[in-house]
Design a protein around this ligand. Sequence first.
Ligand SMILES: C[S@@+](CC[C@H](N)C(=O)[O-])C[C@H]1O[C@@H](n2cnc3c(N)ncnc32)[C@H](O)[C@@H]1O
Length: 244
Amino acid sequence: MRKIKRSKEFEVILTINDDHFIRPPKDIQRNAVLNRALKEFVGDLKILDTQTKHFVPGATVETLKDDREQKIMEAQEIMEDWQIPLMQEMAKVIAEDGGDILEIGFGRGISAEMILKFPIETYTTIECNNDVINTYFKDFKEKHHTKRIKLVPGLWQDTIDGLDVFDGILFHTYPLNDDEYIQYVNGSVTFAEHFFLHAAKHLKPGGLFTYFSNEIDSLSREHQKLLLKTFLFFYNQSNSIGNA
Ligand SMILES: C[S@@+](CC[C@H](N)C(=O)[O-])C[C@H]1O[C@@H](n2cnc3c(N)ncnc32)[C@H](O)[C@@H]1O
């Protein structure tokens, strides 16, 4: 079985070698299913063409030569400026209704500043990098000394079990070394997947969880399936999801 979809820009050829592969009772059903799959793929390619026009070059991460857990980094290594508008969206989604907010990965404190502009009760962050803590977090804490701010130093993997539940959770870390890169980046459609169960466990009923995803504008079927394994609903404004 061979199917071809042609457009001005590309050609997609699907060759099915195994006669038993996708074999419903009728040929007409098989045709319909395969046509739908091809149509979805062609649609995806067109969307990717539009999305990639908005990409920025960003930094090239070839291999993580040094473990980043305690590495002393420039601001742009911690988070590149092009992500700042996304931080605004993510902060708004989880903090605009107030409550107790948890941020995983303090970084430069940019999203933290945005979160604090909303009428929240408490702000808690887990951060592993001592240099980030002694520079960015220290300044932030001094600037907002009247607010209820708590730092949990260390890896979230080692510390989160000691925390309670929150109204909003913002997850924005990165792989600290090659092992994490292989496991969390190469191993999933979204880096945040390894945090999903922890997010669900630490959200109050109706609480919101937001994270950064490389999928812009819509979520792939695989990504949606992953979310629905753990959460009851999601919406795709900065890929925010909720626990009910
Ligand atoms: C991309 S930055 C966060 C940027 C932040 N949203 C901002 O607006 O500045 C990621 C931060 O997560 C921290 N981090 C990475 N992995 C972590 C882990 N497993 N546990 C705790 N912190 C982690 C890094 O040290 C870094 O400070």
